[in-house]
Design a protein around this ligand. Structure first.
Ligand SMILES: *Cc1c(COP(=O)(O)O)cnc(C)c1O
Length: 370
């Protein structure tokens, strides 16, 4: 089919040709046009959360995890304490980060197929006055579940603590409005729902919190305060910028805006989700999550019971037909995942469903039922 397969994964993702073409130029880091790109990206990111003058966007070299680690390390003071709401691998990763960088940390764990609990959070904050910050993952990509971010934010605000959001897999497709939902910072990256190339993360931070964060960070390169001061001083990155990735990201953000911003992008993904879930259910497959908890990002399917179904063969045959899917990462159930984000629309999702039907027939799988 296609030489270059479509990536039905949680990232890296399929990007548009124009985003790839934006990388066909070598920019000097002090080039005036490159500096203008950085400034434009930074203000556009703040606009995406309706952050006004209260927020600043600080890009960080590296994958999304680097941005989350910069957020935790810079904003949680050395004598602070972090509470992490965990219902999957990315929440667990934040706990691990806090441990590695030596911050006091505690977690409230929920099963991977259940949302995090605002009620449990409320009790924990009432009981432990030492907790200064709460971290939550907006869409936990491990399962594809949408966490109740507005309820969590309301509880955290009521207790006068600060909220840090890992919105990596949802940013740009699901709304996050700083005027409606109180939070201190949100981290995401260039290559998920914003459909840029991988290699750059960013944190959008409340300006007053960042001003107070000087000297908090355990790390030189991940110090968001320092990185921010650098951008404010001369609109440049402190260290070698990922120039091609930045140029691709600027193009990707233009395309995001042209598609109708968060609403347009989210709408396309919701339609992709519908095609995928309806198509898979018609084949007998079962989703891990009920529709009410499912984010339009990535879907977890239970492993079929049919002995003719062998995941690696299914994966390889689909790959040969031009579609890359993703293994499961769950502890609650044997599963695999199919993403619906990236530069894909109804045509590609229908083609993916056709490839899945053909592959199942070839393997002699009668039903996808678990
Ligand atoms: C993808 C992702 C990350 C970051 O992963 P990287 O591989 O470092 O880019 C963090 N949190 C969530 C929820 C994610 O989906």
């Amino acid at each position: 089919m296609t030489a270059e397969p479509y990536l039905l994964t949680p990232g890296p993702l399929t990007t548009s040709r124009t985003v790839k073409e934006a990388m066909l130029r070598d920019w000097g880091s002090r080039d005036g046009q490159f500096i203008a790109l950085n400034t434009r990206i930074r203000s556009r990111l703040v606009e995406l959360i309706e952050g006004g003058d209260a927020f600043v966007a600080v890009p960080v070299q590296g994958s999304g995890t680097f941005a989350v680690e910069a957020m935790i390390g810079t904003l949680v003071p050395r004598d602070g304490k972090l509470l992490v709401l965990v219902n999957g691998a990315y929440g667990t990763r934040i706990v691990r980060m806090a441990q590695v960088i030596g911050r006091a940390v505690t977690a409230i764990e929920t099963a991977e197929d259940l949302p995090v609990s605002p009620e449990a959070l409320d009790r924990a904050l009432a009981e432990d006055a030492a907790i200064t910050h709460v971290a939550v993952v907006q869409c936990e990509t491990t399962s594809g579940i949408l966490n109740p971010i507005a309820e969590v934010a309301a509880v955290v605000a009521r207790h006068g603590r600060a909220l840090l959001i890992d919105a990596m897999s949802a940013f740009g497709a699901l709304p996050l409005d700083a005027r409606a939902l109180p939070f201190q910072a949100v981290a995401a990256s260039s290559n998920k729902c914003l459909e840029g190339a991988p290699g750059m993360g960013f944190v959008i931070v409340r300006r007053t919190a960042l001003e107070q964060a000087k000297g908090n960070c355990h790390s030189l390169s991940l110090d968001l305060h320092d990185q921010w001061r650098g951008f404010e001083a001369n609109a440049q990155w402190r260290f070698t910028p990922p120039t091609h990735v930045v140029a691709a990201f600027a193009q990707a953000m233009d395309e995001h805006e042209a598609e109708g911003g968060v609403e347009g992008r989210g709408g396309r993904y919701r339609n992709n989700l519908r095609i995928l879930v309806d198509g898979m259910r018609a084949l007998g497959f079962q989703t891990l999550l009920p529709d009410s908890l499912q984010a339009p990002i990535i879907v977890t399917f239970r492993m079929p019971a049919d002995p003719a179904f062998h995941f690696q063969t299914f994966y390889d045959r689909l790959r040969d037909r031009g579609f890359v899917i993703y293994p499961g990462k769950l502890t609650v159930a044997d599963s695999f995942r199919i993403g619906c984000i990236g530069r894909l629309g109804a045509e590609e999702m229908n083609a993916a469903m056709q490839a899945i039907r053909e592959t199942l027939a070839e393997l002699g799988v009668a039903s996808g039922a678990p």
